[in-house]
Design a protein around this ligand. Structure first.
Ligand code: 5GP
Ligand code: ZN
Length: 115
């Protein structure tokens, strides 16, 4: 199944619900996070439904790389000198949407270690 009709991010891919889309290609859609944690907070997702980063990597190393290449392109467009990319996996790590998504965070100093 390419898209899951019950998945909120699949609905964004399909333009069934609105989002501020900043990048789209065959394999990738990127849009601004509804609840941004930094001045730039973009979610970069595969256009195929799969639960998390590991399942995506197993399904397609190419699409996994496409997410990171999109992150680099968006960061370059915004002239970010540094940025953070994050996949949360599992509810214990804060994953709340079970369609793989790469967070791109930037535009402010980012502390380490993260919370
Ligand atoms: P997670 O917690 O699963 O790693 O990240 C899910 C992210 O999706 C959260 O940062 C949340 O703010 C964002 N989010 C959830 N629902 C929507 C939505 O309908 N639209 C947009 N643009 N972002 C969403
Ligand atoms: Zn989905």
């Amino acid at each position: 199944m390419a898209l899951d009709p019950d998945c909120i991010f699949c609905k964004i891919i399909d333009e069934k619900i609105p989002a501020e889309i900043v990048h789209r290609s065959e394999n990738v859609v990127a849009f601004n996070d509804l609840n941004p944690q930094a001045p730039i907070h973009v979610l970069i997702i595969p256009t195929v439904h799969t639960e998390n980063a590991a399942s995506l990597a197993k399904m397609s190393p190419t699409i996994t790389a496409d997410l990171f290449n999109a992150a680099a392109q968006i960061a370059a467009e915004r002239e970010l000198t540094g940025y953070r990319t994050v996949f949360n996996t599992g509810a214990d790590a804060g994953q709340s949407v079970f369609h793989a998504h790469l967070h791109l965070l930037g535009g402010r100093g980012l502390a380490w270690p993260p919370g």
